[in-house]
Design a protein around this ligand. Structure first.
Ligand code: SAH
Ligand code: F3S
Length: 478
């Protein structure tokens, strides 16, 4: 096709038509928020005329939504980028974009040193993608890593990627103001802001109308959700009393969602101990459709370490919160995040972590070795002085202890009936379904007459530390 012909026709074509034959492929790393963001990106790119593909070799545009939380996460992404080099050799028109948390930190490195990347876009700049794509299609590199005070993507209707049609993520806040000293998120995702409840309800309505059965409300710190008409969380103090009175906090939002969609299962993540209020706990216990499960990261059982981490609570306050949760919701599933080998963590601090775990006996947990992140307070002020071998040994110890506790917790279900939402076929057996109970533990059972998306009562007769096994109760036979 001659250039002249193309130029002439271009005047008459919309952006969408120009790119209609192009295909994008998107891959996500890191937290649930990144997966939710990829669905926003997919929506924006699709509206700009790209069709999605799940086959890398078909793509004209590859987007990697990246994670910076630990060094290992970044290394994984870099390896993946290198593997695209070969694809670029085979397809000179292929463009590669880096999205998400690594974008801000490494934009220059990506564009200058690693010539594989054409496009770098930070978590608050996805609406600029149509312009940025235009740039790269004209042969220039394009970057936008600006963080925003307002952006919540509330007006974008996400395209559900590789969805089972049953569970979906709905983000309710962006950014984080907590400044835990080890964490890169406040730098990569910016200040905390909440999304308009109307747009949250609208998104959930659409999901319910498409037969989705469960949503997870997402934020770095959901309990800190606060809608007062838009703007940063930290500016709330400055507004009028009337606006304060009509503001909506997380417990009100939960109530609103639970009442608007009584048949929908509702989960949320992540809760921060210092922001989780009794009214949230009470709302959970008042509504059947809010799952009895809380992910409540603690990071350490030692007050000395918690203080150095700038976690805004003590060990005692955390234990009191757990007591309150168990009092109001006796069967609540509780999980944690834990870091071993934070700077200056002593053998005594580590023992306090083990001791805290023994007191709580979490259902499960996510456990990590401390990874120093450039630019954080801990990087600037503390020495990463716990030897790698010790970090590793401590991590193994907490993993082993958690395994014991998980086993203890799953054993408690034997002989009991749990409500399971069927999500997929079991990985291990094509004659079994796999789903989760309210407490977020995986349950597998023979398929019988049931289908994906059904709620089924299952009587538990066996377990491993991570999975419950049982039989569905067929009430029609009674
Ligand atoms: N509030 C967030 C936390 C995001 S980070 C949320 O939505 O889950 C998830 C977990 O990664 C943290 O709870 C912490 O346990 C771990 N983590 C964060 N920074 C880390 C670091 N520098 N080294 C090791 N683990 C880290
Ligand atoms: Fe990170 Fe702490 Fe926020 S772990 S995401 S700074 S709550």
């Amino acid at each position: 096709m001659s250039i002249g012909f193309e130029t002439k026709n271009e005047i008459l074509k919309t952006d969408k038509e120009k790119n209609i034959s192009k295909k994008f492929y998107i891959e996500s790393y890191g937290c649930q928020m990144n997966f939710a963001d990829s669905e926003v990106v997919a929506s924006i790119v699709s509206n700009h005329g790209y069709n999605s593909t799940t086959n890398l070799n078909d793509a004209d545009l590859i987007l990697l939504n990246t994670c910076s939380i630990r060094e290992k996460a970044e290394l994984t992404v870099r390896k993946r980028l290198e593997s695209f080099n070969k694809l670029k050799n085979n397809n000179k028109n292929l463009k590669v974009g880096v999205l998400g948390c690594m974008a801000e930190r490494l934009k220059n490195k990506f564009l200058d040193e690693e010539k594989i990347v054409d496009l770098v876009v930070g978590p608050d700049a996805y609406k600029d993608l149509p312009n940025l794509l235009e740039e790269i299609n004209e042969g220039r590199n394009a970057v936008n890593v600006l963080l925003s005070k307002e952006e919540t993507y509330g007006d974008i209707s996400p395209v559900r990627l590789s969805s089972n049609g049953v569970n979906a993520f709905v983000s309710i806040t962006r950014g984080c103001d907590n400044m835990c000293t080890f964490c890169v998120v406040p730098f990569t995702r910016g200040r905390e802001r909440s999304r308009d409840p109307k747009s949250i309800l609208k998104e959930i309505r659409k999901l319910v109308d498409s037969n989705y059965k469960e949503v997870t409300l997402l934020g770095q710190n959901v309990d800190s959700y606060l809608w007062y008409g838009g703007g940063l969380k930290k500016d709330f103090k400055k507004i009028s009393d009337l606006r304060k009175k009509t503001s909506i906090d997380f417990s009100k939002l939960l109530k609103l969602v639970a009442e608007s969609f009584p048949k929908l299962r509702i989960r949320f993540s992540t809760s921060n101990p210092q922001d989780m209020s009794l009214s949230v706990i009470n709302t959970m216990s008042n509504y059947e459709n809010i799952c009895n499960y809380i992910h409540l990261p603690v990071q350490s059982g030692s007050d000395k370490v918690l203080k150095a981490m700038n976690r805004q609570h003590t060990r005692e306050e955390y234990l009191t919160l757990i007591k309150e949760i168990r009092k109001a919701i006796p069967d609540c599933g509780i999980s944690h995040d834990m870091i071993t080998g934070f700077p200056n963590e002593s053998a005594k601090d580590h023992k306090l972590t083990l001791d805290l775990m023994k007191q709580i006996k979490y259902d499960f947990g996510y456990m990590f070795k401390y990874s120093e992140r450039p630019g954080t307070y801990a990087d600037k002020k503390f020495d990463d002085n716990v030897a790698e071998e010790i970090k590793k040994a401590r991590l193994q110890e907490i993993i082993d202890l958690q395994q014991k506790h998980s086993n203890y917790r799953t054993m408690q279900y034997i002989g009991k009936v749990v409500e399971v939402l069927i999500e997929k076929e079991s990985k291990k057996s094509n004659i079994q379904w796999s789903g989760r109970n309210q407490q977020n533990t995986v349950v597998v059972f023979p398929k019988g007459i049931y289908n994906i998306g059904d709620f089924v009562d299952v009587i538990i007769n066996d377990c491993t530390s991570a999975t419950l096994m049982g039989l569905a109760i067929d009430y029609s036979k009674k």
